[in-house]
Design a protein around this ligand. Sequence first.
Ligand code: SF4
Ligand code: SF4
Length: 301
Amino acid sequence: MTDTYNAADLPFSGSPVVPEMSDGSKHIQFQCRKGISCWNACCSNIDISLTPYDIVRLKQRLDISSGELLQKYTVPYELEPGGIAGVKLRPVENGTACQFMLPEGCGVYEDRPTACRYYPVALLSMRKQDEYTDTSSYALVKEDHCKGHFEPRNLTIDEYRAEQGVTEYDELARGWRQLILKKKSSGPSIGKPTKRSLQLFFMVCYDTDRFREFIVSQGFTELYDIPAEEMTKLLTNDTELMLFGFRFLKQVLFGENSIAMHQETAAKRLEKAQEKLKQLEEEARAKRMTDSDEMYEDDGE
Ligand code: SF4
Ligand code: SF4
């Protein structure tokens, strides 16, 4: 099964995606059903990117921590070279099949990831520079092994999305997709992301339980002013925590302030950061002067 999600970069060259984009009203001919000759063929060779909400659903389904899920069932990959990371489903050891594939079908069917739900439709999200609103369009993936395209059933992409229950998944991953699109389209003007910001993005988006520990840490509670009622929700509800995480990243990475801060601590931290910046500038100036002195000495020899 090809990753049909997360395709902000158009994946048409050499891919099985039919290069025709359309909206949800387009009709497709498709049906996947038990008993079809290609049953499980798509899950035998996977390339499935996961959204943060996919991770929440899977960890709850398997009743394990996000850390354990990430370790056993996923592999990280770069969403852009040297930039933010995504995670994909990890296939079985020494193979290409999904670890959740059973002879009777998907072993986590009710909580299967977004890409599995969408297949064979590809969702393409795009946004304009400086906008958070993304627009979705769709393309069809036609792979030789998939015989569902020959089944006599016709429906619109919107009907297919509703049938597969992707509306909720899309809604809950929207903040994450917007962050990725904003990061990708902000380009080099924002500068190379620091290692710390990349780690923060990974923890907030994928390692929900570690993010939960982070928001009760002294450093976080000293800086952010979260009402008790909201904090209780974040500590007990993975989805609420995930959505809060998207807001937190928008604030930290793009300066969109929606989370209240303790003004006194924030002012102290700003002062400390400015001092550090001043110190770095002085060090750089001193180094430049030493370098130029050495250059004159070399010339005099
Ligand atoms: S999660 Fe389920 S539907 Fe998705 S690839 Fe694995 S077995 Fe197939
Ligand atoms: S019809 Fe397509 S999606 Fe369904 S089992 Fe066959 S290969 Fe997979």
